[in-house]
Design a protein around this ligand. Structure first.
Ligand SMILES: [Zn+2]
Length: 272
């Protein structure tokens, strides 16, 4: 913030502003940082000497001495292996947040991989600590102009408030990617509903084509439904789909196969 350009009224306002001092800590071990990524393969992580418990315990003691609270951005990989440590962080009154599962930069992931990563890490930490994980810090500051879809993915996931719904973008309609869709659907064995999402009205967009493809393969195993506007003479405007998704409750173990390629940003539909 520039102070030299501030008007007298802004300066007056800032004089009365209360600043919150926020302290955040990444819960990761030395061998997991991006600087070591070219030298230490993730497959070798389990064999590395882990110092995370003793180091975090030291930080917890210092914070307790100072009567201070912090946010701990924690790797899912760490949480999985040191659940008691995660519980201690929560028991000390600190906020638990996510640093992704295995310290993958957002820039190195596809939107789908990113969605899986943040969903997995969130679920692991929440299961252990019994608290809601609302925060996420991308490893190595890897969210920027090139991948703003990540913000939408996180927002969509949190808006739904459920990791029970998987949202997948279908990038290509013609020819229909049978193999790709099947790979996704079969990766959610508990899913019993496929929901096609499109912003266009029912009588427009890809629904009429796609439903045939879905019924062809999943009629016996899944309920096949659609979220879109009702029949209309005019196409929808962008951004409406987000509101439709937000207003419709999708609960339970289902997979939503989604989107018409073209106008819609991947981000709106991923990460629920
Ligand atoms: Zn980190």
């Amino acid at each position: 913030m520039s102070t030299t350009m501030a008007s007298p009224s802004l300066r007056a306002a800032s004089a009365t502003t209360t600043f919150v001092n926020a302290l955040t800590i990444d819960v990761e071990d030395y061998f997991q940082v991006s600087a070591f990524a070219p030298h230490i393969d993730r497959d070798n992580w389990p064999a590395m000497e882990c110092r995370i418990e003793q180091n975090v315990d030291r930080i917890l003691a210092m914070l307790a001495d100072a009567n201070a609270r912090a946010t701990f951005f924690t790797l899912g990989w760490v949480a999985e292996r040191y659940p008691a440590l995660i519980q201690r962080i929560a028991d000390c009154g600190h906020e638990l947040a996510s640093h992704g599962y295995s310290h993958q930069r957002a820039t190195d992931q596809t939107p789908q991989e990113f969605r899986s990563d943040i969903t997995l890490a969130k679920a692991i930490i929440e299961d252990i600590a019994g608290v809601e994980v609302r925060g996420y810090r991308a490893p190595s500051f890897s969210i920027g102009d090139a991948n703003t879809w990540a913000f939408d993915a996180i927002a969509a996931r949190d808006e739904r408030g459920s990791s029970q719904v998987a949202v997948v973008r279908v990038e290509q309609l013609y020819p229909w990617p049978y193999g790709g869709v099947e790979a996704i659907v079969s990766s959610y064995p508990n899913a019993d509903e496929l929901v096609w999402l499109q912003e266009e009205p029912e009588n427009m967009g890809a629904w009429n084509f796609v439903k045939g493809k879905l019924y062809e393969h999943y009629d016996d195993t899944h309920q096949i439904t659609r979220i879109s506007r009702y029949e209309s003479g005019s196409p929808a405007t962008a951004s409406r789909l987000g509101r439709m998704l937000a207003s419709r409750s999708i609960e339970g173990p289902r997979a939503a196969v989604a989107s018409s390629p073209g106008w819609i940003s991947t981000s709106r539909l991923i990460g629920v």
